[in-house]
Ligand binder design. Structure first.
Ligand SMILES: NC(=O)c1ccc[n+]([C@@H]2O[C@H](COP(=O)([O-])OP(=O)(O)OC[C@H]3O[C@@H](n4cnc5c(N)ncnc54)[C@H](OP(=O)(O)O)[C@@H]3O)[C@@H](O)[C@H]2O)c1
Length: 360
């Protein structure tokens, strides 16, 4: 059985749901993937940071509140970088593989400190999985190349459309397919607000719905001004066609100023106003934009209800391929991390199988 030592950097909504999901799927991991997980450490901003020298099972870790007063053997540490370094030092004398699970808050200006967390982890020999959009949106090429040089995985399925496969779909199941562009509705808060305002509801009421359900970002201007969609667009363009951009190079206009009147006007013209992300590439250059667009009523993106998301990939071999997420939320996001973890396990086990076949 392969043992994975997990170092959780960030232990909020997503980090906690991920650990619960691990506890729920422990048997599947063991029986179908020959993999066992221990939580080797947790870092937070205000709730303590610690290494657990004996490891914790997922169920026990999920129950922790104050990390540094967990009532289990632990080594309290200063911050996330100290935890990554200490876990990597210990990992060198242990058989288990180290996986850093990065779920800290998105920083829209520079994608930090998540990028540093990912970089340090890879440099110190740990695989990385993350739900944070920052690393792929701001530093994809550098981190991908570093992971490749080190023979490690750097995965981020949950960064766009929660756990619905987008990156893994293209990378793992569409070999040889070139993506030439995409368009999509990839921010749940704004799609819900536009759908509800179309029914005549006021802006502030529709935004409150999203805030009370924990769907809107902590700073809702990141949603309504299009920053969240621009960050996802940059991540998608960087990964799917090596665009080398940051969210600041995505032309961006949010939905501020749009109300029931504008939406009703569009409806009378047989159109629906939606916040659309679009990216194209031609001759090595990419053009990325997030803006409200009046769509024909029968456009697949116009038909998405409430919090649904969809992405339509333009490919040369398969034509347009649409990926739709009708659900969404914390569990699918945690599942994206789970699927990334299984991919890490497959990579390590595949490598060991090859090594075993080669040995005399
Ligand atoms: N929520 C979703 O449905 C969803 C979906 C897809 C992607 N994501 C992404 O997933 C990530 C986590 O989201 P969330 O909803 O779990 O956020 P959250 O509940 O605010 O949790 C963030 C966690 O990160 C910790 N943290 C922040 N800065 C840190 C630092 N410098 N060092 C160590 N820990 C730090 C926080 O510590 P404290 O506990 O001390 O505050 C907290 O535990 C974000 O990047 C988000 O964009 C979320």
């Amino acid at each position: 059985v392969l043992t994975l030592d997990l170092v959780l950097i960030g232990f909020g909504h997503v980090g906690r749901r991920f650990v619960q999901l691990l506890a729920e799927r422990e048997r599947v991991l063991a029986e179908e993937h020959g993999t066992a997980c221990r939580v080797a450490g947790i870092a937070t901003l205000r709730h303590g940071t610690a290494l657990f020298p004996e490891g914790l099972n997922a169920a026990r870790a999920a129950s922790l509140v104050d990390i540094a007063a967990a009532g289990v053997p632990l080594l309290a540490l200063r911050d996330a970088p100290a935890l990554i370094e200490t876990a990597a030092d210990r990992g060198a004398t242990d058989d288990a593989a180290l996986v850093v699970v990065e779920t800290t808050t998105l920083d829209i200006r520079r994608g930090q400190p998540a990028i540093d967390h990912v970089r340090t982890s890879l440099e110190r020999g740990a695989h990385v999985i993350t739900a944070n959009k920052g690393p792929a949106a701001f530093a994809f090429r550098e981190l991908r190349d570093l992971a490749e040089r080190k023979g490690l995985e750097f995965r981020f399925e949950s960064a766009v459309m929660d756990g619905v496969p987008v990156f893994n779909l293209v990378n793992d199941t569409l070999p040889g397919v070139q993506v030439d562009g995409f368009r999509g509705v990839i921010n749940s808060t704004t799609n819900y607000m536009l759908c509800e305002m179309e029914k005549g509801r006021e802006w502030s009421d529709t935004l409150s719905d999203m805030q009370s359900q924990g769907i809107a970002e902590a700073d809702p201007s990141l949603d309504v001004e299009g920053w969240d969609a621009a960050t996802k667009t940059a991540a998608l363009a960087n990964v799917l066609f090596d665009a080398k951009i940051t969210p600041h190079e995505v032309r961006r206009r949010g939905i501020t100023g749009i109300g029931p009147g504008e939406l009703a006007h569009a409806r009378r013209q047989g159109r629906r106003l939606r916040l659309v992300a679009r990216a194209t590439r031609s001759e090595g250059r990419s053009d990325c934009v997030v803006a409200p667009v009046e769509l024909p009523e029968d456009d697949p993106l116009a038909l998405l209800p409430g919090m649904a998301n969809a992405l339509i990939l333009e490919t040369e071999l398969l034509g347009p391929v649409a990926i739709t997420e009708l659900g969404g939320g914390l569990t699918p996001t945690a599942y994206g991390l789970f699927s990334d973890l299984v991919a890490v396990s497959r990579r390590i086990r595949g490598r060991s199988a090859i090594a075993a076949r080669r040995s005399p």
